[in-house]
Write a protein that binds this ligand. Structure first.
Ligand SMILES: *Cc1c(COP(=O)(O)O)cnc(C)c1O
Length: 240
């Protein structure tokens, strides 16, 4: 069995190769290690191999791991799971990034609850690019208004967009979904009342990161390829 450190090296090589193949700058795509369901020791091992950004889907589990790994100091925590609006405070207080903001109510609360001594919380708006009823994420037609709302919130930095297209769909459809997210970001950059760095596309996972990088991804969110297969029902990327 390969170690987590080996897996980080091989995923990093996949990222570098795909970045180069796409004619993009080395270092323009970053690796977010998705550590949901993994014990703190696995994150510690990844940290030892140089990994600093970790993505978590479940709030209590994430807070427990932060406490267990407090000694590491320079970790950036990314919340990537569905957000209940009554659970925003610990997210605002403990994370550096939130990739899964899909409604104004959650955004307002995160801004209000972000402590003053911390820098603005980095926000990606989650978009339901496949327009599936069952999924979380804002619809493309509602995105301009949500982006303008988030732009006005003082303690948030609007970094860009995130999507979780169904990884099992045909490659052509997956590509179309990634392209849709990339063009939505382009459109926001031209929108006069959407402000923020707008420099981020959070898309691509273990099985489809090359395709996502070809279409402009800047964060690939990788779990299985780093830590191995997850057990049980929490395997669904869109699950809560
Ligand atoms: C679990 C999860 C991932 C990682 O998926 P893998 O296929 O294990 O790489 C990425 N993004 C989100 C939002 C997830 O929930």
């Amino acid at each position: 069995m390969s170690s987590i450190a080996d897996n980080i090296r091989s995923v990093t090589r996949r990222i570098q190769k795909a970045t180069k193949a796409a004619g993009r700058n080395d270092g323009s795509v970053r690796l977010l290690a998705v550590s949901k369901t993994r014990p703190p020791e696995d994150l510690r091992e990844a940290y030892g191999a140089g990994q600093r950004d970790f993505g978590e889907n479940y709030l209590q589990e994430a807070l427990d791991k932060m406490a267990a790994l407090e000694d590491l100091g320079d970790v950036d925590w990314h919340f990537i799971g569905p957000i209940q609006s009554n659970k925003t405070r610990p997210i605002a207080e403990n994370f550096q990034w939130v990739h899964s903001v899909d409604r104004a109510k959650v955004a307002r609360r995160l801004s209000e609850q972000r402590p003053d001594h911390l820098p603005p919380l980095n926000i990606c708006l989650q978009v339901n690019v496949d327009e599936e009823d069952s999924k979380s994420g804002c619809n493309l037609r509602d995105l301009p208004e949500l982006a303008s709302t988030v732009s006005e919130l003082p303690n948030l930095a609007l970094r860009g967009l995130m999507a979780i297209p169904d990884p099992d769909q045909p490659e052509a459809d997956l590509r179309t979904s990634f392209q849709a997210l990339a063009s939505a970001l382009e459109a926001l950059r031209r929108q006069p009342d959407a402000e923020g760095p707008l420099d981020t596309l959070s898309m691509g996972m273990s099985g489809d990161l090359e395709l996502a990088i070809a279409e402009g991804s800047t964060w690939v969110r990788v779990g299985t390829a780093l830590f191995g297969a997850r057990a049980g029902s929490r395997n669904q990327p869109s699950g809560g």
